[in-house]
Design a protein around this ligand. Structure first.
Ligand code: SAM
Length: 284
């Protein structure tokens, strides 16, 4: 058995999931890397890729879970976000590669400030993907992350520990609505908030609806944009940040722009992701 035979067999088993070819190929490679501990380039070159009984059992377990629509990241117990490998458990939002655009824009803003020792507040830290990517990029940055979900708080702390940035990340389990702090000054507010309406949620992929936490997906208010309203209000009430950077849904640019405009913010910019879709809004 070589890489191509085994890949073909696993692809066949996953056919009922109806994934597009690129996604199917990615998932099969991740499964094979997980099973064998080998990188893709090593797998391709190996003539003999016969699985031992233990690997066979793990493969069967992985395939059965996938066929019952459990996302691969929950099955394997980790997800990749750019170059980061993050622990993920059921009940915690799986980081998406679209969100790398927010990280990229925040890096640009921080570089443009030319000041050091900044302290950011992340609203809805989830697995810690955004915060940890930023903390790894800027060795003098500090972040406080809040999340309404206790599981997310636990996992983000673990991920910060595993990535060597725990000393610069403070995590607080709270709803933004109840978050009060007296002395801390945040130079920037960042967030990838839940931003879809309940009606949009019902149209999502079955595997998302069955597995991912609703509180990470459905935003408050009928249009799903409630957390942007809270962030705009919070920024004025509690802290006076030098910048705000948020991820937005690809059809929400105008609506979120109006929210910040109505709170008297100026210098609002929208940025597209690599697919040409509106993805990030910044306020300077
Ligand atoms: C879309 S997920 C983003 C997670 C992570 N930042 C990322 O990009 O992968 C939104 C996160 O916001 C949290 N959240 C939702 N409503 C919140 C609120 N009112 N206050 C604090 N956190 C909230 C959810 O629990 C979830 O972890």
């Amino acid at each position: 058995m070589n890489y191509h035979n085994l890949k073909g067999q696993i692809k066949n088993c996953l056919k009922p999931l109806d994934l597009d070819e690129t996604e199917l190929e990615t998932q099969v490679n991740l499964i094979l890397e997980d099973l064998t501990g080998l990188q893709l380039n090593q797998l391709i070159l190996k003539d003999n890729l016969n699985l031992n009984p233990e690997q066979e059992i793990r493969l069967t377990t992985i395939l059965n879970k996938r066929l019952s629509f459990v996302p691969l990241q929950y099955v394997l117990g980790y997800a990749y976000f750019g170059e980061l490998k993050l622990k993920i458990t059921q009940g915690v939002f799986i980081p998406r590669s679209d969100t790398l655009e927010l990280v990229f824009q925040v890096i640009n803003i921080i570089n443009s400030f030319k000041t050091t020792n900044l302290h950011l507040l992340e609203i809805g830290i989830g697995s810690g993907a955004i915060a940890i990517a930023l903390l790894k990029h800027f060795p003098d940055l500090n972040i406080t992350g809040i999340d309404i979900n206790p599981k997310a708080c636990k996992i983000s702390k673990e991920n910060a520990q595993n990535n060597g940035v725990a000393a610069r990340l403070k995590v607080i389990n709270t709803d933004l609505l109840n978050f009060k702090q007296n002395s801390a000054i945040y130079h920037g507010l960042i967030s990838n908030p839940p931003y879809i309406s309940y009606a949009e949620y019902l149209g999502l992929d079955r595997q998302i609806i069955l597995n991912e936490p609703k509180t990470a997906l459905i935003g408050s208010d009928a249009d799903g944009l409630g957390l942007y309203r809270q962030i705009a209000k919070y920024a004025h009430l509690i802290t006076q940040p030098d910048f705000i950077a948020v991820e937005i849904g690809d059809s929400q640019a105008q609506a979120v722009y109006d929210i910040f405009k109505n709170h008297n913010f100026t210098h609002i910019n929208i940025y597209k992701d690599t697919n040409g879709l509106d993805r990030v809004l910044t306020v300077l």
